[in-house]
Design a protein around this ligand. Structure first.
Ligand SMILES: Nc1ncnc2c1ncn2[C@@H]1O[C@H](COP(=O)(O)OP(=O)(O)OP(=O)(O)O)[C@@H](O)[C@H]1O
Length: 729
């Protein structure tokens, strides 16, 4: 937990108590100078709280904790210490730190698979008991052994799997290896039959000689038969022979190695010279030879295919300023090409993946050569491995744009109508993804009341919503919502409390209390969590003026804080494809009492707030009252969807807390033609007749809007109320 700056550098007495409240241990932990975190090693299961001088921890007995997980569930396997140690050492190799231990999980500071990091919560984590790994950003779950395998592949510490490795022997004498390689070349030269069959498959003798490929015979232990193997020399970055790879001709997957030490070299490396600055990396020796034969470029092959990108391999490729990677078009090949490119340095790597149209489905160089398709055009079409995210063209967005144009309701709108605030709904055309709406108004003007009714309406339409509140008392807003949902007088509400409560509880609505969280990062974390857990698509933040810390840094300027927060919220909406409604106070409160001519820029000065928010709704008291003393006005100052601006009066039913939006005025009517207005009003009225009766049990007295249907239900008519609710459900 980040400590406030003034508390840094101070001493904390750390007392750990066991569950029977006997002091078990105590030590002094100190924040290091300038550090934001105070780290103390604590038993895995404890709860703690921080007072002025003390961090009090209550320790939950370890046995009890285990009984809930392992013994309680016989299917859960306790991870072996050795397994965990190997995962831990692979993680260390990947330079991934174990970030923290919380409850039964160990968090990692970065995901080894998708590279999400501490800035983007939630962190990937490993279960302490069964060793399972889960990252919610890339949505990958692995068992302990699967994770180990993945990490080994990423690290290049993979040592060839047992299956196809017939032998892997370390040679002590380098001369023996040189003699073996020479002999094998001679063997191949003398075996005319073999050369003829290789030439038939598209490999000329010349290229075999250039690559110094050879032939060797090995006797099988089992049946004393001899098998022919092609021999490929492996050289290090100094072009010294460090090993040979042998591949059985009959079964090409079967391989064997003779190596001088634990490192591998590359096949074909000796063909490069100082004049060549580019190389093609292929998975397979035959492919490498065919590429060079076909296009004249230097091609090398990896000693263990796409499974091994160890340091020795990377060193061999370091002399080239341009590396073309040609593995294949399948997702696994592409993924491995990316991993290799990252290790080599993205800026100098290019990935060759022949487009299907041009290659007639053939993606590997040998297939293309067999089909007599020249390779050079594909090499020139290679895509740079690094594709900066900020560069995009129409084709990147084409599909999304089509979807939003052709099926806006399914792809863009979370909801088009709000049934209890019909005029507002007609004006705003509903709730759209990727937008931030800002509700501005002086304190106590009714921002939360308005939003609670809006949220309630959308929740009833099934839109999963998260209400994030920085206010200390969250029950207040829940109470308002319950009153608005019930839409009955307080006496009836009390007598039927449990019934209304269960309806309220069944809504897809979740609350997050951020009252003690002054850092905006907690909000980010809460949204990420709610997205994972409940797939929320609408998030309300009440109110964004409260946080003071931006990712650990205290910002003393509220304007800067607001700008940064809004920028963050906009980013969150776009990355998560959701809508965020944020509540804020205006910077210049005097404008609250001005007429409709207020501009967004006047409320927020020349800041980026006006730019970042897609919609700005300014709620103000209506002065002077022509008998409308309970009225508020909501001014639509900015509306990105159609650019309309206007005002709507809000009238509250004091008993039920329900708002009625009356008297809609467009300030730029020319955009909405009368016919459009009519058609939308028919639609709204239709819905309204079905939905409104449960939300407006007691209609407001004044009939400002002719389109509002009359509600003929009495406040206490609960049976009818529930019947309607059932019909709607
Ligand atoms: N249209 C309205 N007419 C009359 N009273 C209203 C109206 N809207 C809200 N109120 C009342 O105003 C009071 C304050 O409302 P609310 O808490 O929603 O304000 P707020 O702007 O969110 O305040 P804060 O910024 O302090 O959180 C409540 O008692 C509410 O019932």
């Amino acid at each position: 937990k980040p400590l406030k700056s003034k508390k840094r550098d101070s001493f904390y007495k750390l007392s750990i108590w066991n569950h029977s409240a006997r002091q078990r241990d105590s030590s002094v932990s100190r924040c290091q100078n300038g550090s934001t975190h105070c780290i103390a090693l604590l038993p895995s299961s404890f709860s703690f709280y921080l007072t002025q001088q003390r961090l009090l921890c209550s320790l939950v007995s370890q046995e009890k904790h285990y009984s809930n997980t392992v013994e309680g569930n016989s299917q859960t396997r306790k991870i072996e210490t050795s397994e965990w140690e190997s995962v831990r050492s692979e993680l260390r190799r990947t330079r991934i730190d174990l970030c923290s231990e919380s409850g039964s999980y160990i968090e990692l500071n970065t995901c080894p698979l998708c590279a999400t990091n501490a800035k983007r919560r939630l962190l990937p984590r490993i279960h302490k008991i069964d060793g399972s790994f889960h990252c919610s950003t890339c949505d990958e779950t692995y068992s302990n052994s699967q994770l180990l395998e993945r990490l080994k592949l990423l690290n290049g510490t993979f040592s060839p799997a047992q299956e196809n490795i017939l032998f892997d022997r370390t040679v002590i004498d380098s001369n023996w290896l040189i003699e073996f390689a020479k002999d094998s070349i001679k063997n191949l030269e003398e075996n005319k039959e073999m050369i003829a069959s290789l030439e038939k498959s598209g490999l000329s003798f010349r290229i075999l000689r250039d690559f110094e490929a050879g032939l060797a015979r090995f006797r099988r232990n089992s049946d004393k038969r001899y098998d022919d193997f092609l021999v490929f020399p492996l050289r290090n970055e100094r072009l010294e022979l460090v090993g040979v790879k042998c591949r059985r001709i009959e079964r090409y997957e079967d391989v064997g190695y003779y190596r001088l030490n634990s490192s591998f070299g590359l096949f074909g490396l000796h063909l490069g010279n100082e004049h060549q600055d580019s190389v093609i990396v292929s998975e397979d020796e035959i492919e490498a030879m065919k590429i060079t034969e076909s296009c004249g470029m230097v091609a090398v092959s990896l000693p263990c295919g796409i499974d091994y990108f160890g340091e020795d391999v990377i060193r061999c490729l370091s002399i080239y300023s341009k590396v073309y990677i040609w593995f294949g078009n399948e997702p696994l090949y592409k993924e491995r090409a990316c991993v290799l490119a990252k290790k080599l340095g993205l800026m100098r790597c290019y990935v060759i993946s022949p487009p299907e149209k041009l290659s007639a489905g053939a993606e590997r160089p040998s297939d293309l050569i067999r089909m007599q398709v020249p390779l050079t055009p594909f090499i020139s079409m290679a895509e740079p491995a690094v594709q900066p995210k900020y560069i995009s063209d129409f084709s990147d967005c084409r599909n999304d744009i089509y979807k939003t144009l052709a099926h806006p309701k399914e792809n863009l709108f979370l909801a088009t109508d709000c049934y209890s605030l019909t005029n507002f709904s007609r004006f705003t055309k509903g709730l759209r993804r990727n937008e931030v709406s800002l509700y501005v108004g002086e304190s106590g003007v009714g921002k939360s009341t308005f939003l609670s009714q809006l949220v309630l309406d959308y929740c009833r339409q099934g839109i999963p919503t998260l209400w994030c509140s920085f206010a200390s008392d969250q029950s207040f807003i829940m109470k308002t919502m319950l009153e608005q949902l019930a839409a009955v007088d307080s006496k009836t509400l009390v007598s039927h409390f449990s019934r209304f409560s269960s309806i309220f509880e069944s809504l897809p609505l979740h609350f997050v209390n951020l009252s003690n969280r002054e850092d905006i990062e907690f909000l980010e974390e809460a949204i990420a969590y709610a997205q994972q857990m409940w797939k929320v698509t609408h998030v309300v933040v009440d109110n964004i003026n409260i946080p003071r810390y931006f990712r650990g840094d205290k910002l003393n300027c509220p304007k800067e804080m607001l700008e940064k927060t809004l920028h963050l919220l906009k980013h969150v909406t776009v990355t998560n494809n959701i809508h965020i409604s944020a509540v804020t106070l205006p910077w210049i409160e005097s404008y609250c009492h001005r007429g409709m001519d207020v501009q967004v820029t006047e409320l927020f000065g020349s800041s980026s707030v006006a730019l970042e928010a897609d919609n700005v709704f300014f709620i103000k008291r209506t002065y002077p009252a022509e008998n409308l003393d309970t009225c508020r006005t909501i001014c639509i100052l900015k509306h990105r969807w159609d650019g309309n601006t206007g005002t709507i009066n809000l009238k509250q039913n004091v008993e039920t807390k329900l708002l009625q939006d009356v008297k809609l005025e467009y300030s730029n009517v020319q955009i909405n033609s009368p016919s459009e207005q009519n058609s939308s009003s028919v639609l709204l009225t239709d819905h309204y007749s079905l939905h409104s009766q449960d939300s407006l049990a007691e209609p407001c007295v004044d009939d400002f809007d002719k389109e509002l249907i009359e509600v003929n239900m009495t406040a206490g008519d609960l049976a009818e109320w529930e019947r309607l609710l059932d019909v709607r459900d």
